[in-house]
Design a protein around this ligand. Structure first.
Ligand code: SF4
Ligand code: SF4
Length: 348
């Protein structure tokens, strides 16, 4: 399914106001310090499109940083799951690509009911990126700047109007009652979208080849002295993990209110933290920092492709913005790739 419609920009606000009567509307807005954050939209005119990547990613609406799983007491267990319908508007293509992969991770062999109940109640309207940030590299991964599938609805900004592509039955549902707002696309609309895609693709400053990095790792060309240097630069702050739309580690903890009742929580965790793999009996498979740092890159560059046929990175660039040690994915993948090219060219 990928049907096209056209919506004049002047009608967007009315459409969103109508949809908001049916479900909560979440969109990108300026937060403190002018950062972009996704939050509940009170005033539609405050939505910011064509903006830098939100921090954190919209992943938090499907897999919250902290969630109550259930309440327990001597009377039994009360499940705290339950989600209302939500429309998340203005999501970037890379984040939609990440959610498509998260769906496979949390909804595959082992179904995570907490994630899936939110997912099944959430509709995404994405927007193709006309102006990628200097940190973006989705173009090398097929995860942006525009998509051909994975979205419920994708908007392409054509100046005075949007080309509206419907990618799922949920997308169709939120259009069908307002069909009078939309018109049929003409050849010019598709031509303009094509121009927008070409123009966006030409603007990318970063061209990162994760496949080259993967091949070099697999062929044993990246030894532990490289990973030792990377590990030395890691402050174990967890910033990369908390902002990555594809990191999925969590911990489960109980918060007792009294000896007989309390709640069970799940909170984001990170494989980069020292205690993450520590087990009873003082078994500690990743005690050394190099093991944890190396594993983060291996998970994204080697294990994800083995399991899903895709990298565990969509090139959103958030870790480039965040990492104080400058060992973000783009930098490390480039170093692995370029290091080998320098060797071929006789350099160091
Ligand atoms: S590894 Fe970095 S660039 Fe890749 S998806 Fe995660 S935060 Fe974005
Ligand atoms: S953001 Fe950088 S320094 Fe912080 S944990 Fe991630 S890799 Fe380490």
């Amino acid at each position: 399914m990928n049907k096209g419609m056209v919506l004049e920009k002047s009608k967007l606000s009315y459409w969103l106001r109508q949809l908001r009567k049916e479900m909560s509307l979440i969109g990108p807005m300026r937060g403190e310090n002018s950062d972009i954050v996704f939050k509940t939209v009170e005033n539609i005119h405050e939505i910011v499109l064509d903006c830098p990547a939100s921090i954190p990613s919209p992943k938090e609406f499907l897999f919250p940083q902290k969630e109550k799983m259930f309440r327990y007491s001597k009377d039994g267990v009360e499940n705290l799951r339950g989600n209302k319908g939500r429309l998340i508007f203005g999501v970037r293509s890379c984040d939609i690509s990440a959610i498509t992969l998260l769906d496979r991770f949390y909804g595959g062999k082992f179904v995570d009911d907490y994630y899936m109940s939110r997912r099944n109640n959430t509709i995404f309207i994405s927007i193709g990126c006309n102006n990628p940030d200097i940190t973006c590299f989705c173009i090398g991964l097929g995860s942006g700047p525009f998509l051909s599938s994975g979205f419920d609805i994708q908007l392409s900004d054509l100046g005075d109007r949007y080309l509206v592509e419907i990618g799922s039955k949920h997308g169709l549902e939120i259009i069908k009652d307002f069909i009078h707002l939309f018109s049929r696309p003409k050849k010019l609309d598709y031509d303009d979208q094509y121009e927008a895609i070409l123009s966006s693709q030409a603007r990318f400053e970063k061209r990162i080849n994760l496949e080259n990095a993967r091949q070099k790792i697999l062929s044993g060309q990246v030894n532990d002295s490289f990973w030792e240097v990377v590990a030395q630069r890691c402050f174990e702050c967890g910033g990369c993990v908390y902002e990555c739309p594809l990191c999925t580690c969590f911990n489960v903890i109980d918060r007792p209110y009294s000896p007989t009742d309390g709640v069970r929580l799940r909170v984001w965790d990170t494989c980069l933290f020292k205690g993450f793999t520590k087990m009873a009996g003082n078994i500690w498979p990743a005690e050394k920092k190099i093991m944890r740092t190396k594993r983060w890159y291996f998970h994204k560059l080697i294990y994800y492709p083995e399991q899903f046929g895709k990298f565990g990175c969509v090139g959103c660039g958030r870790c480039t913005i965040t990492c104080p040690g400058r060992i973000d994915m783009a930098t490390i993948a480039s170093k692995i790739d370029m290091g080998d090219r320098r060797r071929k060219g006789g350099g160091g």
